[in-house]
Design a protein around this ligand. Sequence first.
Ligand code: MRU
Length: 350
Amino acid sequence: MENVTDLRTVEWKDNKVVMIEQTKLPNELIFVEYDDFNQVANAIKTLIVRGAPAIGVSGAFGLALAVLQSKATTKDDLISDLEDARKILFATRPTAVNLGWGLEKIMNVAKSGDTVEQIRDLVISKAKKMADEDIEINKTMGKNGSVLFDDNDTIMTHCNAGALATVAYGTALGVIRATRESGKNIKVIATETRPIQQGSRLTAFELKHDGFDVSLIPDTAVGYTMANGLVNKVIVGADRIVKTGHVFNKIGTYQVAIMAKQHGIPFYVAAPLSTIDLKTKAEDVIIEMRKGSEVTGIGDKKTAPDDINVINPAFDMTPPELISGIITEKGVATAPYDKSIPKLFESDNS
Ligand code: MRU
């Protein structure tokens, strides 16, 4: 097989949405094909597709299916069908802002069309363009971030912010890819990322497959590896970044950031502008709570007593004082973030 990053995690083919079925990785690399936006909504909900930028583009493709499914003959009826589909797609996962961003972009484009035919063409071509742009943005972000990493660095990452979390190339792993492409020799440490192991199932798979020197650690070994000088830098992705620089990312990110601070290790976040939410306050961001069975077992094997109470938040918040820089396609924002983050949008007309 070619490199994982040469595949597309989600793509539009012959008026269908094709996705890598990520719950089957790393044991099987299979693709699923959908012609109904409800199937796309289900795929987002059940993590067949996951990762903030990938679900943003999947939402857009979901609406592209909805525009084909609609029997409407007038603009108003078509927009009303699209609005119903948007609500179903939006209700799947609450934390990553990219989903709402992708849906809003498509709704705006749909409203700008005059006829049903024109809206169909506009929506499909915009969704395809968003997928192509995601890869370009990741490559630019990668270059912007690669200057922060040195030859012979060992870089820790948490969860999967890779090709599999985007259309291709990745955000945090995009920076790691670009650092290697710039000729630097680097090693990676991937945390397992319990409870559902995006680190071992996805990051370790994609980096090992693409020829990186990657070591897998249990989440509980973050302190050990840092205390023993095995880590030079950390880079993670994000599901939502607010104006004040508070970063929402996979559960456990906060612990990694605290530990990095304790050991004087730079902690970077890589995310596109579509992950930045200038409107919502940190305290108002909804953290997705997931089912207890993800914690009481591993796969089908039960690892906890019956009827145990479980707290299973899917994301946590890392405060700005723990973050050395936020890498985007428009440059690297540093503290004070309430000044540097809005600046990133000054030249953005997307
Ligand atoms: O629950 P997931 O797998 O969708 O969570 C993904 C993450 O937390 C990623 O780190 C984040 O989306 C950044 S992806 C480029």
